[in-house]
Design a protein around this ligand. Sequence first.
Ligand SMILES: Nc1ncnc2c1ncn2[C@@H]1O[C@H](COP(=O)(O)OP(=O)(O)OP(=O)(O)O)[C@@H](O)[C@H]1O
Ligand SMILES: [Mg+2]
Length: 351
Amino acid sequence: MKPLRVGIILGGMSSEREVSLNSGRNVYDNLDRELYTGIPIFMDAGGRLWIIPWQLVSQNTTMDISDHLEDTARRISYENLKTEIDFAFISLHGKYGDDGCIQGLLELLRIPYTGPGVLASALGMDKYLQQKILQAEGIDVPRSMVIRAWTWQENPEAIKQEILDQFSFPCFTKPTREGSSVGVTRVNDPDSLEQGLTEALKWDNAVLVEEYLDGIEFSAIVLEEDGQAKALELTEIYPQSAYYTYDDKYMPGRCRKFTPPKNIPGDKADQIKQYVLRAYRALGFRSYGRIDGFYLKDGRILITDPNSSSGMAPSSFFFEQAASAGLLPAMIISTLIQNALIIHQEKYGPL
Ligand SMILES: Nc1ncnc2c1ncn2[C@@H]1O[C@H](COP(=O)(O)OP(=O)(O)OP(=O)(O)O)[C@@H](O)[C@H]1O
Ligand SMILES: [Mg+2]
């Protein structure tokens, strides 16, 4: 049998394109070569796709790759993607990457791809809508308020007052649709509120203001095998900064992580896993997901950030938790491809 041609799509148009490059490189390096032929596909900042030689995959930044595209890469139109690949491994993150956009394109082209469909991907990206759905399912989420750009521009003083009436400090402001902590601010006092809102509005036209959660932060990978979703061992997170910032996430040595958890008691960890699975199903995630939350000092469990996809760098939660279950990266990547092929066959349309 001819190996399946797996296009690993990396780079992209979002604030997380460098994170995507790291993920995609790791997926490419760990692809089982007996089963699959890896084809690195770079999405440039304008959304154009290029088949790049493997030598470019190890470039340090997406800008370095972009510099070499005209000389060494081959431009490929969306329509022709299907003649080049049988399967798309989406290693993109953020806007246009795991928010339903590329998923929609691949549906039109009838190319099977990793992760859930259009709607669940969009929900995985939208923190405001996911909170509504989780609440309706009886899953606890932080107390929050959404502020649209136009209401803020119309009457900032009234908005500030509304926030002051409802929240104490610190509180958090964040774009409703971003990732990797981009645009997130821990607002320590009323004087810094405007700065937090303005920062979030650089990235989205809606901001979520959230109560501050005091407790242990956790991250949980859910993985499906033979159609059964299971939560892997939880990871407890202790960032160096006042919260888990972009640098804490990606700079080597910046954050202590414990898998399995060190301070969350065993019975609570089991409860968290059940909670996480409920959130996973409520949002319609498929194949895998990364669901983050807090175990509060008062014993409550809150889900803060369900993601329909996850970073896949070597030290990501995904591979750390998989390692704890005895699973090598190559095994996990093969599982995600197999899951996707089954999900694709069972689909009625793009959902
Ligand atoms: N309400 C909150 N209370 C306390 N800390 C928070 C709160 N909201 C966010 N944080 C901190 O900010 C970090 C980033 O927030 P969040 O998870 O919402 O962003 P994200 O950009 O979606 O991250 P990811 O890369 O995990 O998708 C969290 O990991 C956590 O450390
Ligand atoms: Mg997120």
